[in-house]
Write a protein that binds this ligand. Structure first.
Ligand code: DX5
Ligand code: ZN
Length: 220
């Protein structure tokens, strides 16, 4: 396990002032910026694409952690790499040729990640887990911010921690969905070291800096 990183998800940001929100994250000590790309097919929502990613790239030097919730992600990898992704994470459920897709991401000079829906078992990572820079465990069904953390995912986080410890200890174990001051301690204890947070950061009553500080306080 590595020193924990916090990755605010801009899905919950104010898009009328995205640059200012990104600046606020940076000033408050966010480590990465999490960018949720949705296509209205794989998930029942549409969000942002390469144009907005490229704008984020100009607004902050923080690494852009891009979560692709899209069908046929292999067709868009180069576009998102060029737009400034530091990490590209694809869903196991969208990639029949996952081994090849991971190789494609790495060949673009981007760090590859894989992620799983709550209903998808960890065993599907077995043959490729040594190839990735990051495993992302979804703790909500992807598509929307502000959903409740699914506590049944805690044993899956522990299971994937053990898989990483034995075959890829340098990789990040990231968790996404329903992370708050009240859930983050359990998630850390289960073995995660990267924490995505949308509502807990951007909808915190005290503002963005207070949201990041509150999460950090629990895990440091
Ligand atoms: C959901 C997205 C998440 C979302 C998390 O599909 O992948 O990154 O923004 O939002 P919160 O932290 O509010 O659950
Ligand atoms: Zn996400």
């Amino acid at each position: 396990m590595q020193t924990p990183v916090i990755a605010p998800s801009i899905l919950s940001a104010d898009f009328t002032r995205l640059g200012a929100d990104l600046q606020a994250c940076q000033t408050a000590g966010a480590d990465w910026i999490h960018v949720d790309v949705m296509d209205g097919h794989f998930v029942p929502n549409m969000t942002i694409g390469p144009l907005v990613l490229e704008a984020c790239r100009r607004a902050t030097p923080l690494p852009l952690d891009v979560h692709l919730m899209i069908e046929k992600p292999e067709q868009m990898l180069e576009t998102f790499a060029k737009a400034g992704a530091a990490r590209l994470t694809v869903h196991v459920e969208t990639c029949p040729h996952l081994h090849r897709t991971i190789q494609q991401i790495r060949a673009l000079g981007v760090k590859p990640g894989v992620t799983l829906n709550p209903s998808t078992p960890a065993v599907l990572l077995k043959e490729i887990i040594h190839m990735v820079d990051l495993v992302l465990v979804m703790t909500v069904n992807p598509g929307f911010g502000g959903q409740n953390f699914i506590a049944e995912m805690l044993p899956k986080i522990t299971e994937i921690r053990a898989m990483l410890d034995s075959s890829n200890p340098a990789a990040w174990l990231e968790v996404d969905g329903g992370i708050s001051e009240s859930t983050i301690a359990l998630i850390r204890a289960a073995g995660a070291d990267a924490f995505v947070a949308g509502n807990a950061v951007f909808k915190h009553p005290g503002g963005i800096a207070a949201g990041i500080k509150a999460l950090r306080r629990v895990i440091s």
